[in-house]
Design a protein around this ligand. Structure first.
Ligand SMILES: [Zn+2]
Length: 138
């Protein structure tokens, strides 16, 4: 299985110790599609922290289905979304930009986070996700 690289389009990718970063190729492609230094106009995206990939969650989460079809991002530029989304303009802008960009990815499925929660492009009700972006692929 492919691995999530440690740099994507100039952005450093950091991993929680517990993360198994071998995932479906579509997840790697999704991250390549959404992550770039200039994803949010006026802000520089320098690092993303991946708190979960092919691990941790229990079935039927898409994190453990098949080959790892989901990934969670919980920090932007070293700042936890849980603490900084509401009070730091760069964290908010970059988080929103990543979620918005993911809506344009052809294999998108779930796109949950502080900005909105959508599944297959439609509003979706699910608890949590104020502290991280969860994206999954079909
Ligand atoms: Zn997740």
């Amino acid at each position: 299985m492919p691995c999530i690289p440690d740099h994507i389009n100039g952005v450093k990718i950091e991993f929680a110790d517990s993360v198994k970063n071998s995932v479906d190729q579509k997840v790697v492609d999704a991250l390549q599609f959404i992550i770039s230094e200039d994803v949010a106009t006026g802000y520089v995206f320098t690092s993303a922290y991946i708190s979960s990939a092919n691990d941790q969650h229990e079935y039927p989460s898409r994190h453990v289905q098949g080959e790892g079809k989901a990934v969670d991002i919980s920090r932007i530029n070293g700042m936890k979304m849980s603490l900084f989304y509401s009070k730091n303009a760069s964290v908010k802008a970059i988080t929103n930009a990543l979620q918005n960009k993911y809506e344009g990815y052809e294999h998108k499925r779930e796109n949950f986070g502080p900005s909105f929660k959508k599944k297959l492009g439609l509003p979706h009700t699910v608890s949590g996700h104020a502290d991280h972006i969860h994206i999954s692929v079909n």
